[in-house]
Design a protein around this ligand. Structure first.
Ligand SMILES: NC(=O)c1ccc[n+]([C@@H]2O[C@H](COP(=O)([O-])OP(=O)(O)OC[C@H]3O[C@@H](n4cnc5c(N)ncnc54)[C@H](OP(=O)(O)O)[C@@H]3O)[C@@H](O)[C@H]2O)c1
Length: 241
């Protein structure tokens, strides 16, 4: 799916990868970019419409739907990474409230518009969704859930909508400020996400760290199983009947 002339909602649009995605979608000729942020947000480009949207706030999600009539692409990018202490249940719940249930709430709310436009959902996940790290132990659970949730939502009742998962490695944003490791720039990652989307890659590996495992992941047992399980989706069963 190309970005040109499309209407896009990006959650967490004020900084980091999210902000870079706003700029890159504008560069590629987006017709309208809704920037979802928790605090008021301004942009000099007339094509950007700010939307107050804390992804954990059901009322704000409802107001956002009421203010958006057409949507081609939803980028679920808002997220936190508090470097979990897995012995702290409250911390895990805070994490899931944003990255899992927040994403779920926004996806469910905008799905009818996305289906109507035969649009796309882009879920920005982490490489840690594929293999746990000491700092982000909860991310493998969260990544699998977000991905399955979007796929399940899109296959319900034979509705149609593209789903892309972005498995980001380390990116140079506030989130990784304390980590002294090689990081890709948010601008590089934003371009790679949109390139992957335009090439219709289901799974996108948008930086040098993640790109190294892309081929291995695509031919992995997990991916083979995912394809096999998708054969049991009701619409695929119906096609074979
Ligand atoms: N940086 C990395 O190395 C890395 C690696 C893998 C995956 N990711 C993922 O990439 C995405 C972007 O991360 P980033 O690196 O750009 O992080 P960031 O610079 O920390 O930005 C996070 C963004 O999410 C927003 N946000 C947090 N909680 C929110 C909520 N409840 N509702 C709405 N917005 C909320 C923040 O808004 P406020 O300004 O209001 O806090 C901010 O705009 C995240 O999903 C992250 O998990 C990042």
């Amino acid at each position: 799916m190309n970005i040109e002339s499309k209407t896009i909602l990006i959650t967490g649009a004020n900084r980091g990868v999210d902000r870079a995605l706003v700029e890159e979608t504008l560069n590629r000729g987006a017709k309208r970019v809704y920037g979802g942020t928790r605090q008021p947000f301004k942009h000099s480009d007339q094509r950007v419409t700010p939307v107050i949207l804390d992804v954990t706030n059901a009322e704000q999600i409802q107001k956002a739907i009421e203010s958006i009539a057409i949507l081609d692409i939803l980028v679920n990018n808002a997220g936190i990474d508090p470097h979990d202490d897995l012995s702290d249940r409250a911390g895990i719940e805070r994490h899931l409230a944003v990255n899992l249930f927040g994403t779920h709430g926004v996806t469910q709310a905008f799905l009818p518009l996305l289906v109507r436009s035969q649009g796309a959902i882009v879920n920005v996940l982490s490489l840690a969704a594929l293999a746990s790290t000491v700092q982000s132990g909860i991310r493998d659970l969260e990544g699998g859930c977000v991905l399955n949730d979007a796929i399940a939502a899109c296959s319900l009742g034979g509705t149609w909508c593209e789903v892309h998962a972005v498995f980001a490695g380390s990116v140079d944003t506030d989130m990784t400020r304390s980590l002294d490791i090689p990081k890709a720039s948010p601008e590089y990652v934003a371009r790679a996400i949109l390139d992957g989307m335009e090439r219709r890659e289901e799974d996108i590996f948008p930086d040098p760290m993640s790109a190294g495992i892309a081929a291995g992941w695509r031919s992995s047992v997990s991916k083979m199983l995912e394809r096999q399980f998708s054969d049991y989706a009701p619409e695929n069963m119906a096609k074979r009947a």
